[in-house]
Design a protein around this ligand. Structure first.
Ligand code: NAD
Length: 478
């Protein structure tokens, strides 16, 4: 099948190479000319595992690039809209990019097309796209609109696209829904999963992927409600972590106990400095606005957002408690992307924490495996922030080490080597990447989220111990 994918961002570019993997011919369309040229030259606009390899595999054959939307739309049978839907002023999604694309398509098509809405959009957007197309001259019988939301996660985007938990396809035209289902046939029947040159599955894959067919409104709501639910799970465990700290319990034990209930599940129950990225914060606001518009006051979502907003402040209080005043303290900072596996720092909870620490007079040495370039731009004006070439380089001559992103490599540091370079022998971990016993056994104190602070018995901070266990001293938050 011939597809045009409009928007070469995290979703569009990943979907485009994913569709090539499934055997389709794809033209990627974007109105950002320099970005397209870079991709053509093999330079990816963002970091994502497997992406460069797949772009190189298909570019020039099954994958082409264009900034000419009208002609791409005329030649393709299916046009996938994957442009941004940022938060507008009152939290509603700004759909102006989606509308601009639908207007251009409307004026161009001369044969039947299926318009696939892959951007995350409020309920009824597919109706608005249809209306806009009609108003802009597209004949009614010449197109259908189908909602096919995307659930990929940055950091594991390619694998998520090719091994999804489910594919949601919503539309009111059977013909169009069937056509979009057929694009995913090789995932549905599982044949892609036994492809020798295919991307390795993340887990044991049995059978094909379930396709869930719904109305267009149903599909649009599934996406918003899924993101809101996941954000709620994160805020829930962060709230539980606060209670754990107050009573001296360990949130890891509590989360494991909660998550072992199959009705709840263990994912998204790790406390930390909060969720971020380009999706959860804006989608939560947009869903709140959708509910308001529909006459339902979804106050639960306000609380989810406000718990999340408080996490940065809670973490900063931990840093102050551990180090007392911050002026002229030297901190090694690990991670500024909003989560591990990506260079995306949009709405990253690490960014305001770094700014606050710098404002309070800290000297920060930052290392992130992928987001250094973006970090340099973000903090260009701040002279007390520097960048290091590795976690160990960052820790050199620092007073303490601060972990802000859950990169895998930060969870497997040589802690003894880190201890040698840190003046205060202390790790403050906003992502709970370590078992406290492991850190303490390396001679380091460990401050994390939702757990007591732990120190080796001979650490200066452990002079007035509250409780001792296995060579470490647990100190309750003051
Ligand atoms: P992005 O900002 O990375 O990319 C959007 C792209 O669209 C940009 O390259 C931009 O130049 C292009 N664009 C904008 N207007 C255009 C136009 N008129 N013609 C051609 N190109 C145009 O966005 P993203 O992160 O890929 O997100 C896209 C959508 O997918 C959003 O609705 C988002 O909420 C949703 N989504 C994102 C993720 C994620 O993890 N990033 C996951 C699932 C869903």
């Amino acid at each position: 099948m011939k597809l045009a994918v409009v928007g070469t961002g995290y979703v569009g570019l990943v979907a485009a190479v994913g569709f090539c993997e499934l055997g389709h011919e794809v033209v990627c369309v974007d109105n950002d000319g320099p970005k397209l040229q870079k991709i053509r030259d093999g330079v990816m606009p963002f970091y994502e595992e497997h992406l460069q390899q797949l772009v190189r595999r298909y570019a020039g054959s099954m994958l082409t690039f264009s900034n000419d939307l009208p002609s791409a739309a005329r030649e393709a049978g299916v046009i996938v809209i994957a442009v941004g839907t940022p938060a507008g002023e009152n939290g509603e999604a700004d759909l102006s990019y989606v509308e601009a694309v639908s207007r251009e398509i409307a004026g161009a098509i001369t044969s039947y097309k299926v318009i696939v809405e892959k951007s995350t959009v409020p309920v009824y957007t597919s109706h608005w796209i249809r209306r806009s197309m009609l108003l802009n001259g597209a004949p009614a019988g010449l197109f259908d609109v189908v909602s096919n939301p995307e659930f990929l996660r940055e950091g594991t985007a390619v694998v998520d696209f090719l091994y999804p938990d489910r594919i949601v396809i919503g539309g009111d035209s059977q013909r169009a829904v069937d056509l979009v289902c057929s694009i995913y046939r090789r995932l549905e029947d599982g044949s892609y999963h036994s492809e020798p040159t295919g991307i390795t599955p993340p887990r044991q894959v049995q059978g094909g992927t379930r396709i869930i067919k719904t109305s267009a409104a149903g599909a649009e709501l599934i996406k918003h409600a899924s993101n809101a639910f996941l954000a709620m799970k994160i805020s829930f465990i962060n709230a539980v972590a606060s209670i754990c700290e107050a009573v001296g319990a360990d949130v890891s034990e509590v989360a494991s106990g909660i998550g072992s209930d199959s009705r709840i599940g263990s994912q998204f129950l790790r406390p930390g400095i909060g969720y971020g990225g380009s999706c959860f914060p804006k989608d939560l606001k947009a869903f709140r606005a959708v509910a308001r518009e529909a006459g339902y006051d979804f106050r639960l979502l306000d609380e989810v957002a406000s718990i999340n907003d408080e996490q940065g402040g809670r973490f900063l209080r931990k840093v102050r408690r551990a180090l007392w005043t911050l002026k002229d303290k030297k901190l090694a900072v690990l991670g500024i992307s909003f989560k591990g596996g990506t260079d995306d720092i949009r709405e990253s909870p690490a960014v305001p924490i770094v700014r606050a620490l710098a404002r309070e007079g800290c000297h920060l040495s930052i290392y992130d495996p992928a987001a250094m370039e973006r970090g340099r731009e973000e903090f260009a004006e701040c002279h007390t922030i520097s960048f290091s070439s590795s976690a160990y380089d960052s820790a050199k001559n620092a007073d303490a080490l601060v972990i802000l992103t859950d990169w895998d490599e930060f969870a497997t540091l040589d802690l003894k080597a880190i201890r040698e370079t840190l003046k205060y022998h202390l790790i403050i971990d906003g992502r709970n990447l370590y078992d406290p016993a492991e850190v303490v056994a390396s001679g380091l104190g460990y401050v994390s989220m939702g757990r007591p602070d732990f120190f080796p018995e001979n650490h200066p901070v452990a002079q007035s111990p509250e409780s001792k266990r296995n060579g470490m001293v647990a100190v309750r938050a003051v």
